[in-house]
Write a protein that binds this ligand. Structure first.
Ligand SMILES: *Cc1c(COP(=O)(O)O)cnc(C)c1O
Length: 304
């Protein structure tokens, strides 16, 4: 396994580090690239040759799946929830999906996604292919495992630099990144590190419940001694919901390259970074060791 964790954690000052999953080197990067690489192992194991998944018209997950399918010459159907007209004119992930060779199916309502995915699976089967179904966002056991393993990279980095985070902040959506990190923190002995997910769309209570259940499922599936950490998902920074933002967040995003040397988009990492800064201030955590886990979103940034 190539060692690249050093370049992906950059130090802003000796109390504040960033885990650079935005620079994850494969499938266009980000947490969806990392998850898809883990899911790929199962795809190869099951010897399938067509992929079916779903997401929005700027989905990082669908982009990672589409690139993977192109690299391995597999068939691919993306069931996109959103406007076809917007998809056809937007840049970022939409452009990559358009040019990837994947079959694109649009649904207008979220409740039509399941049926459209089943239909795509059936079509492949009827045409002699062996299709593989991937839950939206890569929210699968393998996707969670990707983040258990990522904590090992963090562990190595902490050991070499004699630094341990007191708090880790990140953007939380489907919850599998958060559940995976929680299980990883248990597996690799980060006893005093607290993980705080900033919700990008869901309310705290249902989001924390999903994270908690999946965290426990991961521990049980991968034989990890679960310490029953609290699953914390903050919904104080929703700004109206998924994809919504206020003028302060927009400004933070536009200034991110100049200020920090990496991109913060308004949908995911900008929201998390904004929430983290506010949380640090409100809870007087300035003297704590903080890690911002940058989950990606460069293509979202470029499409905005
Ligand atoms: C999907 C995504 C998230 C959320 O990850 P989950 O594992 O779904 O919680 C955060 N940041 C970016 C850039 C994403 O694409």
């Amino acid at each position: 396994m190539m060692k690249y964790s050093y370049s992906r954690i950059n130090i802003i000052d000796d109390k504040f580090y960033v885990f650079r999953d935005d620079l994850y080197p494969f499938l266009g990067g980000g947490n969806k690239g990392r998850k898809m690489d883990a899911i790929a192992k199962d795809i190869f194991l099951k010897n399938t040759n067509a992929l079916v998944t779903t997401g929005g018209i700027q989905s990082n997950h669908c982009r990672a799946v589409a690139i993977f399918a192109a690299q391995y010459k597999m068939k691919c159907t993306l069931v996109l929830h959103g406007s076809k007209t917007e998809f056809e004119k937007q840049s970022g992930n939409a452009k990559i999906m358009r040019l990837s060779g994947a079959e694109i199916v649009f649904v207008e309502e979220a409740n039509q996604i399941g049926k459209a995915m089943d239909e795509a699976m059936r079509l492949y089967e009827n045409n002699g292919f062996k299709p593989y179904y991937i839950w939206g966002g890569g929210h699968t056991l393998e996707g969670g495992l990707a983040y258990i393993d990522a904590v090992k990279e963090l562990k190595e980095y902490c050991a070499e630099n004699n630094w341990t985070p007191d708090f880790i902040f990140h953007a939380s959506g489907t919850g599998s990144t958060q559940s995976g990190i929680l299980a990883g923190l248990d597996k690799y002995g980060f006893k005093n590190t607290k993980l705080i997910g900033i919700s990008v769309g869901r309310k705290s209570e249902p989001a924390a419940k999903i994270v908690d259940e999946f965290y426990k499922e991961l521990c049980s599936h991968y034989n990890i001694d679960c310490s029953n950490r609290e699953s914390i998902v903050l919904d104080d920074y929703l700004m109206g919901g998924y994809g919504q933002y206020n003028s302060e967040l927009k400004e933070l995003s536009l200034n991110s390259i100049k200020e920090y040397g990496f991109t913060l988009d308004t949908c995911y990492t900008g929201k998390a970074f904004y929430g983290m800064l506010d949380y640090i201030k409100k809870n007087k955590l300035e003297e704590k060791n903080i890690l911002f886990w940058h989950t990606g979103g460069i293509f979202n940034f470029l499409a905005e």
